[in-house]
Design a protein around this ligand. Structure first.
Ligand code: NAP
Ligand code: F7E
Length: 320
């Protein structure tokens, strides 16, 4: 039975990846940082099938001990301070976790067993003010937030350890991926939750920032399959993962509200508070390398994603 360590097990992607690896017969070790209350909402249904251990990307020793104790063959580094607006409020923390945290894990692997295969959760936010449309593996980076800057560091240190120490260190440059398990502050979940809540008469309006921003949105459940495929290749590499389609925030609102027979224009209020100091206006992937080499294709369409999220929030809110 192969053993995989997942950092960020309590997050959206950690929960889907753990499910996938369990199905594939892995022993799954999930790394969670200590907090005063347990936050296993996304993994409660599989908590008995995985081993949860305390660890923190800010603490080198905790990473070394994990690898020594559990002897994994694969490490998926999904942990990060991942919310872009917070990265302007806490830029140094974001750099410490999202950038330097990658080096700490790579160092732990180098010391304990350099043969361990490593996956780094890189991001389309690295393309920022895009230098090319669509964005592919060779598109130069121009990050627009402390988060994006930290991810560029994480990407390049992954490439550097691959080249310096011949380690199997792979960088997956994933475009936005969402699900009913997405954090409430991200725009897609904020919209799906509001559409459901307004439909049920629990809320009256939805306050949003820039409705014109465009993103290449896919389903998180499809994207974790790509992460696994990347670590099954003969060589480490960089891969862009996305749908190759882009949609505006406005379009997400339109479909989400229409799904519950409402017109978003009657409920969405623009609020300057949600505008960012620097915006990423347009992201759209060119995932042809992943399609050709990994044989990876997303299964869930944009419309299916939006309606799946609204339906899930409706069901959850009805139960409350
Ligand atoms: P998420 O839901 O925000 O999960 C982040 C995880 O990181 C949580 O489990 C969090 O723990 C953990 N974490 C934060 N700081 C930590 C620390 N110092 N030490 C250990 N763990 C820590 O993010 P996600 O959407 O699943 O994304 C997974 C990864 O992919 C992240 O690295 C993200 O930046 C990257 N990414 C995401 C997308 C996307 O569209 N979702 C696209 C590209 C790349 P707590 O639960 O305790 O907060
Ligand atoms: O914003 C606009 C906002 O916060 C998307 C993270 O997973 O994906 C995510 O980063 C767009 C932006 O995601 C609101 O200005 C409008 O243009 O859902 P988001 P993000 O910033 O794209 C990347 C790939 C990651 O790697 C990150 O970790 O929506 N927007 N109004 C809003 N955004 C939010 N959050 N809230 C609003 O009210």
């Amino acid at each position: 039975m192969p053993t995989a360590i997942i950092t960020g097990i309590t997050g959206q992607d950690g929960s889907y990846l753990a499910e996938l690896l369990l199905k594939k017969g892995y022993q799954v070790i999930g790394v969670a940082r200590r907090s005063s209350t347990v936050n296993y909402e996304r993994i409660n249904h599989i908590v008995d099938d995985i081993t949860i251990v305390q660890g923190d990307l800010q603490d080198q020793g905790s990473l070394l001990s994990l690898l020594e104790e559990y002897k994994p063959s694969e490490v998926y580094n999904l942990a990060a301070q991942s919310f872009v607006p917070t990265s302007w409020n806490q830029p140094a923390l974001t750099g410490d976790v999202t950038a330097l945290g990658v080096t700490r894990m790579l160092e732990a692997i180098r010391f304990v067993n350099p043969k361990i295969r490593f996956y780094q959760a890189s991001s389309s936010e690295m393309f920022g003010k895009v230098m090319e449309v669509p964005q592919r593996e060779e598109t130069p980076f121009y990050p627009r937030s402390p988060y994006g800057v930290a991810k560029v560091y994480g990407h390049w240190i992954t490439v550097n350890y691959r080249e310096s120490f011949d380690m199997f260190a792979t960088s997956g440059i994933l475009f936005n991926h969402e699900s009913p398990r997405r954090g409430m502050e991200f725009v897609t979940r904020k919209i799906s939750n509001a559409a459901a809540s307004i439909k049920l008469g629990k809320t009256k309006e939805l306050r949003l920032g820039n409705l014109e921003a465009q993103r290449d949105w896919g389903f998180a459940g499809d994207y974790v399959e790509a992460m696994w495929l990347m670590l099954q290749q003969d060589h480490p590499d960089n891969y862009v993962i996305g749908t190759g389609e882009t949609h505006a925030v406005r379009e997400f609102c339109e479909i989400a509200f229409a799904h519950v027979d409402l017109d978003y224009k009657d409920y969405v209020v623009m609020d300057e508070k949600f505008y960012r100091p620097a915006e990423v206006d347009l992201l759209i992937s060119d995932p042809s390398k992943a399609r050709a080499q990994l044989k990876w294709e997303p299964a869930v369409s944009f419309k299916e994603l939006v309606t799946m999220m609204v339906d899930s929030d409706l069901a959850r809110l009805k139960k409350q």
